[in-house]
Design a protein around this ligand. Sequence first.
Ligand code: ATP
Length: 309
Amino acid sequence: MLYFIINPHSRSGQGGAVWKEVERTMISSGLPYKVSYTSYPGHAIRLAAEIPSGTQPEPNLIAVLGGDGSLNEVLNGAHLSPYTIIGYLPTGSGNDFARGMHLPIDAKKALTHIIHPSYTDTLDFGSTTYGNQENARRFLVSSGIGYDAAVCHRINTSKLKKVFNCFHLGKLAYVILGIEQIIRCRRADGTLTIDDEREIPLSDVCFISCHNLPYEGGGFCFAPDADPHDGEMDLCVVTACSRLRFTWILLNTLLGAKHTRCHGVSLIRCHKAAVKLNRPLAVHTDGEVTGFFKEASFESHPHSVRITW
Ligand SMILES: Nc1ncnc2c1ncn2[C@@H]1O[C@H](COP(=O)(O)OP(=O)(O)OP(=O)(O)O)[C@@H](O)[C@H]1O
């Protein structure tokens, strides 16, 4: 069975209008499908959890229409199995999943791939544990602590993205709030433990971002070689740099240039990473902020989620 989970509020309310257009194609296809609409943040987790795993002759396909946040919620609610397949119709403003996977950004084109799947792929996903060890959340794109999460926090609490999205300039909101956080974001000292073995002391941490896919924040390429098929995560660690150098690093990631050569940037490939800091910093998973914490752990779950396009 084909289930649609629609976030009508994605891209500042345009998601509902996009679905109306997409649904015409669905109706004319004659295929059976069910639709649910999200009515509050976190609702897609519950809606996805209500969909049972399919069976071998009849897998269930959950098609998400929304942004990376809605896709993340479905990943967190879905009963992951070889018979649960996730499809994606991007209507967000960041669209880092679609960008990283080279998927069509156009929801109508994406629907063609859902109706006539040409390919299914099994991807890695990551999980982030924060605060007390009971809190965990899955991610498909990236998760981080520090500057990147602080920007997500501002994006989600400020009206700027909504206003800019009306003029199709959502990306500019990320840039403006990103600059604001270069000036205001707090930093911390601590340690980073890689794969339970190697402990790295950290001072003046700007952020630590853990990637399954290369881009986050609407196109910042923090981990150019991140591959969701390799069973590992790519960590981008940025420490001890002036605001000017930090701006230069961010510009490099946005323009696709080599930020990895900049002083203060390290890229580490691993299965697990644990961060301990001396003050709480914001933590995000796929752009959804979970809170401010001193400790966060990230882990890769190889080949665990089926996607179609
Ligand atoms: N009906 C709703 N009303 C308000 N918020 C909602 C509703 N449905 C979902 N949400 C929340 O909206 C947030 C953002 O949604 P989503 O990521 O789909 O779109 P976006 O913000 O436009 O895209 P992007 O994350 O790519 O910038 C999610 O955190 C989700 O929980």
